[in-house]
Design a binder for this molecule. Sequence first.
Ligand SMILES: Cc1ncc(COP(=O)(O)O)c(C=O)c1O
Length: 438
Amino acid sequence: MRINQITLSPDELPRAWYNILADLPESLPPPKNPESGPDRFETLQKTMLKTALEQEFIKERWVKIPDEILDLYIQAGRPRPLYRALRLERALKLPENKIRLYYKREDLSPTGSHKVNTALAQVYYAAKEGFEAVVTETGAGQWGSALSYAASLMGLKAIIFWVKFAHDWKPDRRTLMKLYGAEVYPSPSDKTEVGRKILKENPNHPGNLGIAVSEGLEYALTHEEAVYCLGSVLNHVLLHQTIIGLEALEQFRKIDDYPDIMISCLGGGSNFGGFVLPFIGEKLRRKAEKDTKFIAVQSEASASLVRGEYKYDFADHAEMTPLLKMYTLGHRVEMPTIYAEGLRYHAAAPIISYLRNKGIVDAVAYPVDEKHVFERAKLFVQAEGFIPAPESAYGIAYAIDRALEAKEKGEELVIAFNVSGHGFLDLFAYRKILFGEK
Ligand SMILES: Cc1ncc(COP(=O)(O)O)c(C=O)c1O
């Protein structure tokens, strides 16, 4: 018997998140106010969780996970397995044991993605700080579903501003959010000033994440009972997501193996960061077994790390956030629509941007037609048997392409990738791209 599943028991669940700020050779460039306009830090203090803002600048390497959140993680199915992709290796005819592929399964979360890891933490803190409602933006709908789920478990209300064209594509994911009791609005919406202004200029605006963030912030500013939660980009979100990489580190230790390359898709950076930061931390502390490479996979529609500029920019369309130092395409850029909507954000998280600038993280991007990515996902489905989210398919595509390149060159290589979500509610995208059906 060849065991292809590496598991951890609930009592092996990591007890602390990993904070990479403690191991960087210098401080991350701090957020700052633009030269004119209102104090953006005041806006954040009025709209966001106190705990989240504290965690943005925390100095300790390890941040204890409260017992209640550990219980919620276990309820949500953590720890999650790491798989050796033996069937995919065979399908690709890789030389046996010379090129080894592993993947982590965040698709096994109750709502279908890694976003649950930070949703549970943020809603727990929201309840503790006395809020009655959480409000947010969502692109692919995975973050909105995760926050609705967490709010439902803790008896809070969720208000979701969902990028309009993705909202219109995915009625079943909308049903899921509503089933959890959430209020869901297509963004731009008529619920906020920002939305109304954009709709006046273009009633058919397809929306984007930057606009939806502005709507969520405005809603929180005008509703005292509600607090704004963000699903990516900021340090505290990446911190919560490190549970993925910390489990993976333990799992690799159990089988006495270690990745040469770690690969995952990147929109704002929370999935990629959560998976790789604990391994990058080992490298920075000179504890890593190998000189591992870390590769973020993007769409050319929004390839911030590939062709963006490293500079201060706003995180939202309406310029309500402070300026963050990021690789950015510009906060007002128009990006073509793609099925992997979760990757369509104008910038990459400050932590990931910093690591990219230092040459520790690398990035690639696939064309906007998404054909190659979905073909690779099909190969994965047929070999490993489950359906990845369109976003996750980008990481899978690059892992397969890199494995085939290694075979061609006769390299020995251990590749690890993260399947950030499942694609059961995205089958229409597979249907359209692979089978040409309406
Ligand atoms: C399944 C999945 N993976 C990845 C992403 C990309 O976001 P991030 O880079 O914050 O992980 C998303 C975003 O919605 C997603 O739904």
